[in-house]
Design a protein around this ligand. Structure first.
Ligand SMILES: Nc1ncnc2c1ncn2[C@@H]1O[C@H](COP(=O)(O)OP(=O)(O)OP(=O)(O)O)[C@@H](O)[C@H]1O
Length: 374
């Protein structure tokens, strides 16, 4: 068994807001346990409860219930009435508007958390050394005396990061920190942030609604929908084994085809499903559901082959369709093929050409076909 005694733990965390119109928001019953050094992402659509979760962990919101702890240190425990103040938690934070103080130099911006720290007093020589190190880590070694206003967006973001890590926090909290940057810089900072996190080895909780950012950067992801964690796992698990129609559709692009369970999954976890247009496909479905249960089948556009599908292999699903449209994206062709009444998106190599209106054979491995509950 893995040693979890030094994990960062969130148990049964809830913070619910009720509005006058009877709708509620926030987060309910969130649970996760992070090994030291994990890059963990809260991923979900706008308003699902990501920021609320992060603000509870930071100490900016008081949860209704739950436990937040790190090894022996308990920061919040609803039942035991423990609630450690924000400035005693020693967590580093960067928010969407990264709030660099314009009237201060880069050095003073980064030194600020050390000067106001309640957990310990820092001598001037320590501040000098720690700020210098933090600026080196973010690649701003020569910028200490520069006025904060004379920095580009990317550099300001680096100052915010240096300020978040200067006190060697036990946890780094990042709420959409790249969303104010333009697309090219965002890509660059994404790689840099990941490198920096690995270099200093700090456990990190990252909030984003951008699934490619989450897949690219994270060791673990919690997908949140309407205030609940709906799946927790590695990027590969989330992408290849989504546990519901929502996760399959939200993370990456996929084809979701409605159908009914024809033969429930046997010991090998493979079930047969009759698609709504009549074809029967076999798919992975590691659950026991009754015959005729309505479910969806998820197949990624890149998992479908088009054209000669062979007749030998028994581990392939085969259907026929009519080519409806084609978009040329340079590195691939994106076809829409109508199978019965269902349009499927199929990505092929850029050299593969099919006429609009032609009938084509499609095949996809049973391995890549996943039944997901509605
Ligand atoms: N202080 C508050 N008072 C009332 N409702 C709130 C408050 N803070 C958040 N909410 C509601 O709780 C829900 C979750 O909000 P939250 O900010 O956590 O979402 P989010 O997933 O971070 O979204 P976004 O990506 O848009 O920031 C929303 O419906 C929001 O309106």
């Amino acid at each position: 068994m893995a040693d979890t005694s030094q994990n960062f733990e969130v148990r049964d965390l809830s913070k619910v807001y009720f509005s006058a119109d009877g709708l509620s928001g926030g987060i309910r019953d969130a649970n996760f346990s992070l090994a030291p050094g994990t890059f963990f992402t809260l991923l979900g659509p706008s308003g699902c409860g990501k920021t609320t979760t992060l603000r509870c962990i930071a100490g900016l919101e008081q949860p209704n219930e739950g436990v937040i702890s790190h090894g022996e240190d308990v920061y919040f425990d609803g039942a035991r009435k423990i609630n450690v103040a924000l400035n005693r938690r020693n967590f580093g934070m960067v928010f969407q508007s990264y709030a660099i103080w314009p009237h201060m130099s880069v050095f003073e911006n980064v030194a600020f958390p050390l000067r106001v720290s309640k957990s310990r007093k820092y001598a001037a020589f320590e501040i000098q050394k720690m700020v210098g190190e933090a600026l080196e880590i973010v690649g701003l070694g020569g910028f200490a005396q520069r006025a904060a206003t004379r920095l580009s967006g990317g550099q300001q973001q680096r100052v915010a990061l240096a300020r978040a890590i200067v006190a060697r926090p036990k946890l780094l909290l990042l709420d959409e920190p790249l969303s104010n940057l333009d697309a090219a810089l965002r890509e660059e900072m994404r790689a840099e942030l990941k490198r920096l996190q690995q270099q200093i080895g700090v456990t990190t909780i990252y909030v984003t609604h951008d699934q490619s950012e989450a897949l690219d950067m994270s060791d673990l992801i919690a997908v949140i929908n309407q205030g609940r964690v709906v799946q927790f796992g590695s990027p590969r698990e989330i992408y290849f084994r989504p546990s519901s129609r929502f996760v399959a559709g939200f993370v990456g692009s996929t084809n979701l085809i409605r159908g009914k369970l024809l033969e429930p999954a046997e010991d090998n976890g493979i079930a047969a499903v009759r698609l709504e247009q009549g074809d029967v496909v076999r798919c992975i479905f590691p659950r026991a559901e009754a015959r005729d249960t309505e479910i969806s089948v998820s197949v990624r556009p890149e998992s479908i082959s088009m054209g000669d599908t062979g007749t030998e292999a028994t581990d392939l699903n085969r259907v026929q369709g009519v080519v409806e449209s084609n978009g040329f994206l340079g590195n691939l062709n994106r076809y829409v093929v109508k199978v019965g009444l269902t349009p499927l998106i199929v990505n092929t190599g850029p050299e593969l050409m099919f006429d609009i209106g032609s009938t084509v054979n499609l095949s996809f491995a049973v391995e890549s076909t996943l039944a997901v509950p509605d």
